[in-house]
Every structure is written in structure tokens, then in C-alpha cells.
Write a protein that binds this ligand. Structure first.
Ligand SMILES: CC(=O)N[C@@H](C)C(=O)N[C@@H](C)C(=O)N[C@@H](C)C(=O)O
Length: 599
């Protein structure tokens, strides 16, 4: 028989992703944003065919995709090469030329929403209010625009409308762990959780009738539960909580008078149906381990976007009690048994806190004995059972990967997530050190032999661990990590700035702590070879964060390579760039391991 060569980098990285999707009212068309052509564009399925038809050609990733309720056009948001200054466009149903509707240059615009008659486009925007945002209503016929709300005290977004559009739900975000929602009805703002000084979140909400709102909140609890708010009686009622799970998404199926909910528990999501007539919650089988978006059609059909550890993004449809995969994304030419699903392991940190982690172990036939230690980004996020082409590619080349969900991660309750606030560089760092010691104690590796890599907060943690605990590592990859918390705090997007005191610290009041937590303080300790990767348009961790650490290390004569991507932001959206980045990482890592590979 013919023996085929091992899959190479491009084969793993030619796995496609889906960023967003929308379904029209009569379910005759579904549009989705995907990088099928190598760059992100909008594609459509014109049912019953599921063959993808390309709709846009502007090669930009899309934020916000929705149909006009009369089914006449599509609204989509695009930024430019990762700058996150999203502008809104209309797209004909058959695709083609976009018409720009909102052009607030160098301004961040969010959450487009259309009125029922499709005549008005509402959106939240930094225009005129970069820190707290205003909400605008653009008349699509006259082109006139009206300011309908002015954000104060915290970033304020228009979330959704009541069924007859007489009231609106607004989302007010003080921090990742402190967000409230209120209903604006007849000139009055009515908060839907009871008043308290305790920080809590309202993470999703919807109107079931003009006077009844269902919401997901952790008010007075550690995990997020289902509650309702009666607008007439102004009555908040807790409805259903699940043990150590946080409900994350909520959708209403009007036809069957039921709710669909996703919940997160550590590294996985679950799917539920809640019968509003019987007050009964039923867990459903989910087609994937991580649920990213759900849409309920008027017919009651459920559409879901998700991924699993060894399955890339796909869109699924649940109809007549059966799941169907509408897209067929997989790793081209690689069988499921050649991909690696992670083991879930738990270790005890320095102060007794239990830390759940994902351990991706390279298959025996590929194993090169090397371990990559991966602190995740966010930091109020988590490493979960979702597909990462880069991980599977490195695993196939023999590298095992260990990813701890250190304190501050999501999925383990509100208190756990809050633990990173104002403590970017102590508790989470020591959780990472405890993970390194655990790996050594268990005999998986030795001190001085570990490869360290992380992106964003994970890049920050990689820099900090390198500076303070270099003796564990032999090479380090920093992907757009903040290097100096003072310059980071100053350079984040304007709408993040009100959050920074609580999230990271105040440059004056917390000066000593921010010096202690800034990687740049520990340049002397950064003795191992390093690769730094940065997108030039990144608005979250700006290019200067990488420039300054590279410059400082070069001045000290350290081995540091720098890869700058001119047309990327906080991530690698273009296939060509993604492949170049992971090819570079592979050749860099192989330089410092005994098992050199040809790339
Ligand atoms: C809701 C939101 O975007 N909040 C931000 C303050 C936030 O938490 N952003 C993170 C997702 C983020 O981009 N963090 C960077 C530093 C990273 O990716 O680690």
C-alpha cells in the first residue's frame, strides 16, 4: 500500500473557524462568517442546499451579523485588519457589494440591532462618549441619526427590545465581574436585580412578554442561575440553579414556550431546556463541548455554533428531536484518532486552592518528550475543551501541552474569577508555579526543560514567569503579552479604562504592586531564548508592549526574535499569517529541543 507522509503544518492549520452566524426568519438562508477562503468573509447556505456560497470579498472578520426581520437584507459589522473599530454595513441577500451604513472612523461600535420594521439601525458606540458609550438610532431611509441613550458611570449597551419595542433592556458593565441590566420603560430605568453593594453580574436576559424578563445572574450566589423579573410587580424571583454550573446563554422558544440555556462548568458547557409552563429543567444532549451561539427560529428549531477538543467550529441544527451538522468542518486529512483530547487533571496550589487543568498528551508514536506550558489569556477566561488547530499541530509534532485554569479563570464561580482582580502577578503566578512543580513531581518533565508559551494575559504570564522563575524553562514564546502594567493600563481601549483600577490596579495608589507585577521589572531574570509575536493593529495589547520588551532584552544582549504582523490585531485572522506564526513557533521551539524537526 502507499504510505502517505505525516500531515504538515498547513494541513492542521487549514482547519477553518466560524466567528458568527445568523438565520433568516423563514429559515431559507443561513449566513456565517468563516475563513474558508483563507481570510474571513461571509458565506451563505441557501437551504435546502448546505453548500457554502461566498457573499463578501472584503477579507475582514465580521462582528455582529443579523437579518432584517422582513428578510430584505443583512447587517454586518467589520473592522480593518484587527483594529476592532467595527463599522456597520448592509449586505444584499445574494451577497456582493456592501453598503456602508455607519462610518465612525477610529471609533468602536458594538451590538447592532434593527427595529421590527427594519427602518432603524440601533447601535452602541464610542462616538462622543469613548469611555461609557452612547446608543444611536440611524434612520436607514433618511440617513438621519439620533442619540437615544448616553452611557454614564459604566460602559452602557443597548441589549434588546421588548416584543412591541416599547421598552429596552440595557447592559451596564462596570467590570467583567460586575454588570447590571435595567429596563428603560416609559422614561424610567428599572434594574432587574435587587439593589446591593455586592458585585454581581447579569450575563444574559430577554423579554418573554412586555412585563416579564428572564435573566441569568449570580446576584447573592457564587454561580449564575436562572431568575425572572416581573416589571409590573418589580419582583425578582430566583428560579433554577445547577450545582457548580453557571448558566451562560439564554434563548426563548416562543412557539413551545420554553427556554434554551447553556451552562458552563469548568472546561465544558452543558445544554438545557426549561419548560416555562411546567417549570421543569431538562438537560439535553449537546453536539459539542463548548457552545458559542444559539438561535431559535420562529418554528422552534434550534441552531447552535460550537466546537469540541478534537472538532473545529460547526453549526448544528436541532429539529424534530435530532441534531444535524450543517457544516462539516474537521481537520483535513487527519483522522479523529490522530487528534488529542485533553485529560482533565487537578492539582493543589500553594495555598490549598484546587486548580483544574487540561493536559494534552502527545500520542506515544509522536511524543518527543517535550512539554509546552500554556497559561491562557483573558485572564478572566479559561482553557476549555475547544479545538485549537495550533495545539493539535504541535501535539502531532510530539509536544505535550499543559494548560492550568489558575485563579481568575471563569467556570469555577464568581469568587474564583474575582481572585485575579488587582492581583495579576501574585496568586495566579504561584498557581502556575505550583503546576510546574506538579509536572516535575509527577515525572512528566524536569526543571529547566519546560517550554513556555502564552498569548495576551498568557503572554504576560509567560514574561513574568520567565523573569521570576527562569530556572524552570528552556525557551519562551510571548504572543502579544503586556510587558509593563503601567503602559498597558494607559494604552488599552478607552472603554476599558474605567475598568482598569479594579481589574489591574491604579498607577498611583497601587504603584508598588504594579511595579512588582510588571514583567519589565525582571529583565535581568529573562535569560532564556525568547520569541515575541505581535499584531501591529492590536488595540488591547498595543505593539509598544512587545516593542519595549524586545528592545530592552536586545540591549542586554539576550537571544530574542521578534515577529510583527502588519495586518493583524489581537489574534491571527488570516490563514497565511496563522500558518507563518505557527511555522515560526515550531522552528523556534525545535531549536531548543533535542528533537529537531524539519519545518
Ligand atoms: C468584556 C471585555 O472585553 N472585557 C475586557 C476588559 C476583557 O476582559 N478583555 C479580555 C477578554 C482581553 O482581551 N484580555 C486581554 C488582556 C487578553 O486577551 O488576555
Amino acid at each position: 500500500m502507499i504510505k502517505f507522509p505525516k500531515p504538515d503544518v498547513s494541513q492542521f492549520l487549514k482547519t477553518f473557524a466560524i466567528g458568527d452566524f445568523a438565520v433568516n426568519r423563514d429559515e431559507s438562508q443561513l449566513v456565517f462568517s468563516t475563513n474558508l477562503s483563507g481570510q474571513y468573509n461571509i458565506w451563505a447556505m441557501n437551504f435546502p442546499s448546505t453548500f457554502p456560497v461566498q457573499m463578501t470579498f472584503n477579507n475582514q472578520s465580521c462582528q455582529g451579523l443579523l437579518y432584517d426581520k422582513q428578510g430584505r437584507f443583512i447587517i454586518s459589522g467589520f473592522d480593518t485588519d484587527g483594529d476592532e473599530n467595527t463599522q456597520f454595513y448592509a449586505l444584499p441577500l445574494e451577497g456582493g457589494t456592501l453598503k456602508q451604513l455607519v462610518n465612525n472612523e477610529k471609533v468602536r461600535n458594538f451590538f447592532p440591532a434593527l427595529s421590527k420594521d427594519g427602518k432603524k439601525l440601533y447601535y452602541s458606540s464610542g462616538k462622543g462618549n469613548p469611555s461609557y458609550l452612547n446608543v444611536y438610532a440611524l434612520d436607514l431611509e433618511s440617513g438621519e441619526e439620533e442619540k437615544v441613550s448616553e452611557g454614564k458611570e459604566a460602559m452602557t449597551f443597548l441589549y434588546c427590545f421588548s416584543p412591541d419595542e416599547s421598552s429596552q433592556l440595557y447592559y451596564k458593565m462596570y467590570a467583567n465581574t460586575y454588570s447590571l441590566m435595567f429596563v428603560r420603560k416609559g422614561g424610567e430605568d428599572i434594574y432587574i436585580t435587587p439593589e446591593t453593594d455586592e458585585h454581581h453580574t447579569v450575563s444574559d436576559a430577554l423579554f418573554v412578554t412586555e412585563d416579564l424578563v428572564y435573566l441569568l445572574t449570580n446576584y447573592d450566589e457564587d454561580f449564575t442561575y436562572l431568575a425572572s423579573f416581573d416589571l409590573k410587580a418589580k419582583q425578582f424571583t430566583k428560579i433554577k440553579a445547577m450545582d457548580k454550573e453557571s448558566f451562560a446563554m439564554l434563548k426563548y422558544d416562543k412557539k413551545n414556550h420554553q427556554l434554551y440555556l447553556s451552562s458552563e462548568k469548568g472546561v465544558e458547557d452543558y445544554l438545557y431546556k426549561f419548560d416555562l409552563s411546567k417549570n421543569e429543567m431538562v438537560r439535553m444532549q449537546s453536539p459539542c463541548s463548548i457552545i458559542e451561539k444559539m438561535i431559535i427560529a420562529d418554528s422552534g428549531n434550534l441552531y447552535l455554533l460550537g466546537r469540541s477538543a478534537i472538532k473545529p467550529h460547526n453549526i448544528y441544527k436541532f429539529s424534530a428531536d435530532k441534531w444535524e451538522s450543517l457544516t462539516q468542518y474537521s481537520v483535513p486529512g487527519v483522522a479523529d484518532e490522530d487528534l488529542v483530547a485533553p485529560e482533565v487533571v487537578t492539582y493543589t496550589s500553594f495555598d490549598g486552592l484546587e486548580i483544574e487543568s487540561l493536559f494534552f498528551k502527545a500520542k506515544q508514536e509522536n511524543d518527543n518528550g517535550e512539554i509546552i506550558f500554556w497559561p491562557h489569556g483573558g485572564p478572566q477566561a479559561a482553557e476549555r475543551k475547544f479545538f485549537r488547530a495550533s495545539f493539535q499541530f504541535l501535539l502531532n509534532h510530539g509536544y505535550s501541552i499543559f494548560a492550568p485554569n489558575f485563579r481568575g479563570s471563569t467556570g469555577y464561580g464568581h469568587k474564583f474569577t474575582k481572585m485575579v482582580e488587582g492581583d495579576w502577578g501574585y496568586g495566579p503566578r504561584l498557581d502556575n508555579v505550583a503546576a510546574l512543580d506538579w509536572l516535575i513531581e509527577q515525572g512528566y518533565t524536569e526543571k529547566g526543560n519546560i517550554l513556555l508559551m502564552g498569548g495576551s494575559y498568557g503572554g504576560y504570564m509567560a514574561l513574568l514567569l520567565h523573569g521570576r522563575h527562569a530556572d524552570y524553562f528552556k525557551a519562551v514564546v510571548d504572543i502579544f503579552g503586556p510587558s509593563d502594567l503601567f503602559t498597558f493600563i494607559e494604552s488599552v481601549p478607552e472603554d476599558w479604562k474605567p475598568i482598569m483600577d479594579l481589574w489591574v490596579g491604579n498607577p498611583e495608589k497601587d504603584k508598588e504592586k504594579l511595579i512588582e507585577f510588571s514583567p519589565i521589572t525582571y529583565l535581568d531574570g529573562m535569560t532564556k531564548p525568547m520569541l515575541v509575536i505581535q499584531g501591529a493593529n492590536d488595540p488591547r495589547v498595543v505593539k509598544e508592549e512587545s516593542d519595549q520588551i524586545v528592545k530592552a532584552l536586545k540591549e542586554k544582549g539576550r537571544v530574542v526574535e521578534y515577529m510583527l504582523l502588519e495586518d493583524e490585531g489581537h489574534g491571527f485572522s488570516k490563514k497565511e499569517n496563522e500558518i507563518a506564526v505557527y511555522q515560526k513557533i515550531l522552528s523556534f521551539l525545535s531549536e531548543y529541543t533535542s528533537n529537531k524537526v524539519n519545518v
